[in-house]
Design a protein around this ligand. Structure first.
Ligand SMILES: *Cc1c(COP(=O)(O)O)cnc(C)c1O
Length: 493
């Protein structure tokens, strides 16, 4: 199947590209994104056929439905990366926590957060395309949280790919920073920036605009690629586990074939719930997609009022930092699907030039057929963690945002699956604040140990070993030194 552009074609890029091109060079005309030309409809037969199949078989068949130009062997090798998860046949288990409420736990991979679900197999596929074409790619990432560790883990020692990951010194948790600076690989460079996340991101943007940097890349024969959450190579793997949620409820005897369910996703850049939107369009019986946000509630505004307005809005730093976002990139794919390329370009240009856009009534009606949305603040999140732990289930602050939607947005007596995007170990100081009902500042290590003792939980080895691991990347620099530092790294063969 070919891929087309959300804002139409500018005449300099091809009208249509294959999957491999869409994921190697993910930016399309007018700053848009690539989307599949059509969304395959799989129907209920597909669900029946996969009731007794494992996760990898399910993923393989969903990828094949998009007719991607990746050979079967490569797809299977990519999917074998799920062997690194706690249960390779079921990497994101679905757990019952109330009669009508289930959790799809997406954090059982190497870096203990949901980013692994897609980045593990995606990293393999990207590298195998680069290798086959005998090309070298550079991936630049600025991270404040979970993407950096997951990207470094998946790309380490992969041929054809180099990764430079910037993090704001002091702007990540201990666990997140250690996951990056202890990651070992010849092709990885992790750089701490004196500044905050915005400084790191601005430094990256300036670098991409620098003429000397561009010339250096050409000289070294290196092209730029991206592994951010708008890459369709990540989205395609994020469709699979929504089918898995449904299949698991069927297998557990909780629903009958064809019965609808609610899917409730803690959202930031809208990649996770976009996968659910595609799954729904592919025939998964879903009543509504619930979009859960924190106090940065721009998605709630978009889906309830049909307005996306960032004028005068400032990003709030919350206890669910992976959802702290104002410009949520993947909404563009839904807008394209509902409004078409011409209108998408118009709305996205409004957002860029005026700081807001507004849907027509009719457009909003269509959005509301698929989505409902709500948000909650940190104090709600902490209380929710405490309440559920008392009932026997421990969740992280991102997952806790879904409970608001469970309480407010469920209109029918149907089962609901919420998505748990991070293990408690990644946000342990906040989790401990919730358990102790205090506001103390804990270090990750002490919080991990105290929670582990209190709740008799094991700290997984991937997290535990971080505190004794050798630091491989000790570079911390000012932004002014960034370009020189990266160019030096690129020269190392
Ligand atoms: C990335 C992330 C999210 C948000 O996912 P999107 O696909 O960007 O909406 C939520 N929770 C955690 C823990 C994450 O790492």
């Amino acid at each position: 199947m070919s891929f087309i552009e959300t804002r139409g074609n500018d005449g300099t890029k091809p009208q249509e590209v294959e999957f491999s091109d869409a994921i190697l060079s993910p930016s399309s005309s007018f700053g848009g994104l690539y989307v599949p030309k059509s969304i395959p409809n799989l129907g209920l037969d597909f669900i029946v056929d996969h009731k007794d199949k494992n996760y990898k078989e399910l993923a393989f068949d969903i990828l094949k439905a998009f007719e991607i130009d990746i050979d079967d062997t490569t797809i299977n090798e990519a999917l074998s990366l799920y062997d690194k998860f706690d249960d390779s046949t079921n990497p994101s288990p679905v757990v019952k926590i109330k009669d009508d409420l289930f959790v799809n736990e997406q954090y059982h991979g190497p870096t203990r957060a949901f980013k692994d679900m897609a980045l593990q197999p995606f990293g393999y596929i990207l590298s195998s395309i680069a290798k086959k074409r005998d090309e070298q790619y550079l991936i630049l990432a600025a991270t404040s949280g979970d993407t950096g560790p997951a990207a470094l883990n998946t790309f380490k020692n992969k041929e054809g790919i180099k990764v430079v990951c910037l993090y704001p010194k002091g702007g990540t948790s201990d666990v997140q920073r250690l996951q990056m600076v202890t990651e070992d690989g010849e092709n990885l460079k992790v750089i701490g920036i004196n500044g905050n996340f915005d400084d790191a991101q601005t430094a990256l943007k300036n670098l991409l605009a620098s003429q000397t940097f561009k010339e250096e890349l050409i000289k070294d024969g290196i092209s730029l690629s991206a592994a951010n959450s708008v890459n369709f190579g990540r989205i395609i793997f994020q469709i699979v586990y929504h089918f898995q949620s449904y299949l698991e409820l069927l297998r557990q005897g909780e629903i009958t074939l064809g019965e609808k369910i609610y899917i409730n996703v803690p959202s930031g850049n809208f990649g996770n719930v976009l996968g659910a939107y595609y799954a729904m369009k592919m025939g998964l019986p879903v009543e509504k997609l619930l979009v859960s946000s924190n106090e940065n509630n721009i998605l709630t505004q978009w889906l309830t009022l049909g307005i996306y307005d960032i004028r005068g809005k400032e990003l709030k730093l919350t206890k669910s930092p992976a959802m702290d976002i104002l410009k949520s990139s993947n909404i563009e794919r839904v807008i394209y699907d509902i409004c078409g390329a011409f209108r998408t370009k118009e709305l996205m240009e409004d957002l860029n030039t005026k700081g807001y856009f507004e849907h027509t009534k009719a457009e909003l009606e269509v959005l509301k057929q698929y989505f409902s949305a709500t948000f909650s603040d940190d104090s709600y999140g902490l209380k929710t963690i405490k309440k559920f732990v008392d009932e026997g289930y421990l969740m992280d602050p991102h997952t806790a945002t879904c409970i608001k939607g469970y309480e407010q947005l469920k209109q029918k007596d149907l089962k609901m699956v919420i998505y748990s995007t991070a293990e408690w170990t990644k946000f342990s100081p906040t989790v401990l604040n919730a358990l102790n009902e205090d506001t103390k500042t804990y270090a990750d290590k002490e919080a991990l140990e105290e929670i582990s003792q209190k709740l008799d939980l094991k700290i997984p080895t991937q997290i535990k070993k971080l505190f004794d691991a050798k630091i491989k990347h000790d570079t911390v620099i000012d932004v002014s030194e960034l370009e020189r530092e990266i160019i030096e790294f690129l020269k190392v063969k």
